[in-house]
Design a protein around this ligand. Sequence first.
Ligand SMILES: NC(=O)c1ccc[n+]([C@@H]2O[C@H](COP(=O)([O-])OP(=O)(O)OC[C@H]3O[C@@H](n4cnc5c(N)ncnc54)[C@H](OP(=O)(O)O)[C@@H]3O)[C@@H](O)[C@H]2O)c1
Length: 420
Amino acid sequence: MNPTQPPLRIGLIGFGCVGQGFYDIVQRQPELGLTVTRIAVKSPTKPRTLPAERFSLQADDLLTDPELDLLVEVIDDAAEAFRLVSAALRQGRRVATANKAMLARHLPELVRLQAECGGTLLYEAAVCGSIPVIRTLDQYFSHEPLRAVSGIFNGSSNYVLTRMGEDGSDYGPALAEAQAQGFAETDPALDMGAFDPRSKAVILAAHAYGVFLNPEQVLNLGIEGVGAADIARAAAHGRKIKVVAGLYRLPDGCVTALVTPQLVGPESPLYAVDREFNGVVLEAEFAGAQFLRGRGAGGHPTGSAVLADVLALRRGLRYGYARQAAAPAVQLTQGLAVEAYVSHPDVGALREVLTWLELPPESLRTDEHGTYATGPVALEQLFAWRKELRANGVFVARLHEVPTAAAAAHAWAQGTAELV
Ligand SMILES: NC(=O)c1ccc[n+]([C@@H]2O[C@H](COP(=O)([O-])OP(=O)(O)OC[C@H]3O[C@@H](n4cnc5c(N)ncnc54)[C@H](OP(=O)(O)O)[C@@H]3O)[C@@H](O)[C@H]2O)c1
């Protein structure tokens, strides 16, 4: 920091896990020249680690405070966050946010507001916590074609899968342990159902490919139906089950996006990303493959990414969204298929699932762990049946990474589809 420069005055909205983590990091580094001048929270009665007079219960007051140089929005309410952040951008303010659900739903509007009103929004903390993937895509790879951006974007589900693999335990006890350790929310639906990594994939698509996806249209399958038999079967083939969020450029130049469990082998760097860690593989046309691994959540790791944004805002950084001008067409499910692994503890129920997914009865296989099925499944079928699959505890995973044209997958399936 330039010693003649006055400290940058920050308005912090939200003082939970991330807000407190960010505050603590700022306090520990006075040499950065930052000061958290005002803090807004919601509850008037919650015990706080700072004196009560430090807090305001009106976040709107911070938006209009001319004494604040920039705002950090880290609340847990996506609708309210959108109202606050869009109001701040309308005033041309500089804002850092970590709210992935809000961003995934409203990114086009937020980008438009920045362009029209001159404000700036940075959100590195919203995707994979401490891993600097948004800026890497937006700034460093802004002009290099990307074949794929994929990875483990949710530490909670990864923790559950890792513990199941280590202990041979079932989903329920592993989830309970993750919750007890603070790695999974009390309501685990967003994380275990892969809604959270879907939001992150949508955000990355804007920077990696210049496309703004509607999260509701991106296929996301979670791990609520995974069982010890699935983990053991994958392990017997030298693989681990990971929830992989992927953005892929297809041979025809279109971009697709999906988030599903996947059987990952040791040839992938994601194989070694265990517990609460996140990992991102970037496959660039000329630079080749790169891999980023780090903590995807937690007060300090996420607060560190917010701090990086605050310092970048001070320097005047804005995201370039350079690929928007020549964004490719998007092909989400139509005409695409994956080689799928499907399981359910009840064989009768599994047979019915095969009819939903248009898999022939010969897709069923039996081993010492029970019965399962493999075969090519159209992404359109998975998308159409996603709610029933979730509600009925059916576990579906990709056997291979990249979706293929449905016709090619079905032709290939005339042979036998093995697990590996
Ligand atoms: N936790 C992580 O590791 C992590 C990682 C990446 C991104 N994020 C994102 O970061 C954001 C914050 O997450 P968190 O885990 O820190 O949440 P949290 O621990 O639940 O804290 C939320 C904070 O927001 C405050 N708040 C809620 N509504 C408010 C309002 N209308 N006005 C003012 N304050 C309000 C709450 O106030 P009270 O204290 O009064 O309740 C609380 O201080 C979320 O968008 C989350 O998705 C979190």
